[in-house]
Design a protein around this ligand. Sequence first.
Ligand code: ADP
Ligand code: GLC
Length: 490
Amino acid sequence: MKHTDPLRVLFAASEVQPLVKTGGLADVSGALPPALRRAGVDARVLLPAYPGVIEQIGGEPTGGELRPLPQGPLARIYQGTLPGDDTPVYALACPALYERPGGPYVDPDGRDWPDNALRFGMLSRVAALFGCEGGLAHWLADVIHANDWQTGLSAAQLAYMPEARARVVLTVHNIAFQGNFPRETLTDLALPPLSFGLNGVEYFGRVSFLKAGLVYADHIVAVSPSYAREIQTSAFGSGMEGVVAARRDRLSGVLNGIDVRAWDPSRDPHLPQRYGPDSLDDKALNRRALQERFGLVSDPAQAVVGMVTRLTWQKGVDLVLELLPTLLRQPVQIVLLGAGDRAYEARWRRAAEDLPGRVGVVIGYDEPLAHLVEAGADAFLMPSRFEPCGLNQMYSMRYGTPPIVRQTGGLADSVVDTTPATLDDGTATGFVFQGASEVELLAAIHRALLAQRDRATWRAVQRNGMSTDFSWDRSAAEYLALYHRVLSRH
Ligand code: ADP
Ligand code: GLC
């Protein structure tokens, strides 16, 4: 690289907002690369050409067919741009692997695709090829920025390519998802037998995509400083804590940002009533719309607590279910928008039937409705058992909807508990509790309800959150410094 050239970063991910999304990884992939470009980086995105992706990016083929994995199917690379942005996007087209109904990881019945090793092994391999002498599609990356297990394998694949030129940075968004597959997949993935060992991709007799990334990446980033510490412990490491701890000198925590244009209560097209820090009374109109949409009684004396979440164990949604009868003795209503584990979906549906007017539930994935919950709720609840970063608490602070969160991962790093001291120094932005227990959760909600009754206190907490800088530019600057550090190392 000549020092006058911009740094070239390939951001490889399995989901990218607004093209395909199951969770926060998509938000990050859709917002960090544009922020890096604003900081002068030639950042480009790589993702699989799931149905509709090529059309959405206005993609054109970049060349002929290639066979990224020696024994795998043929593929083609299309180039376009992120919708509404000039960030270049490469879509990896391989109809046999990516052209199917269902989600990026699971079939329409919620079962993992049986060929996920091949699907993401190929994606990883193509990412690695962008970092080899000559590059791909006439573009050679200086840094391959891999994300989670789906692209984590690229670090190992690149390590065994003689033409390798790029460095690899791996961001860990969730260490609980590891992409562990039978040993036999090793050859399909174009990895040599010697990579299958304790200091390689082997994990309890299987090939682990995530471990591959953790072992071979030049640097590892966790999506919050707290999560970077947590994943070195058995309580949070999901079995990878030893691998992570062994690399702690190559590990950092960088808190995600949020897309402050898409999440802006003063410009949000999804809201019946827009508002800002000086017009917080207008929020009430959104609250009424929210109550109506969720079939709740319109009683101004009852506070609305909102949740927007994947329905999984991680998110602690079962703790709230257990708590509902006790919780509803207080003047409060609960709104939940979520999808995920079928058992949780059924239990929440039942709760809404059993407690009509007080508990409103929409099962499904609904982006505009997520905005209405952020704007219309009085407070936002995230009782996560673990939360690598979490974005919703930042959205809610920006919407003047103080979050009630468990002190873990990015929740701990982004929300400041309301106390006399933090009210005094103007830093209070929400309500934080420690243990994943119902008693502590209940106490935190109680504290929030009390605070809400004191208008001056509540307005202060709301405005502190609304004026906090959660923009991507801050995180992008940290990533940029990190790329330079990695490239200057030998
Ligand atoms: P995670 O990635 O673990 O699910 P995050 O808080 O990082 O958690 O990101 C979740 C993202 O997905 C947020 O943008 C949130 O608004 C969105 N989201 C989650 N569930 C839903 C849903 N049911 N409908 C709409 N958006 C949702
Ligand atoms: C994961 C984590 C979430 C984080 C997101 C984006 O899905 O569960 O906490 O915000 O990745 O990094």
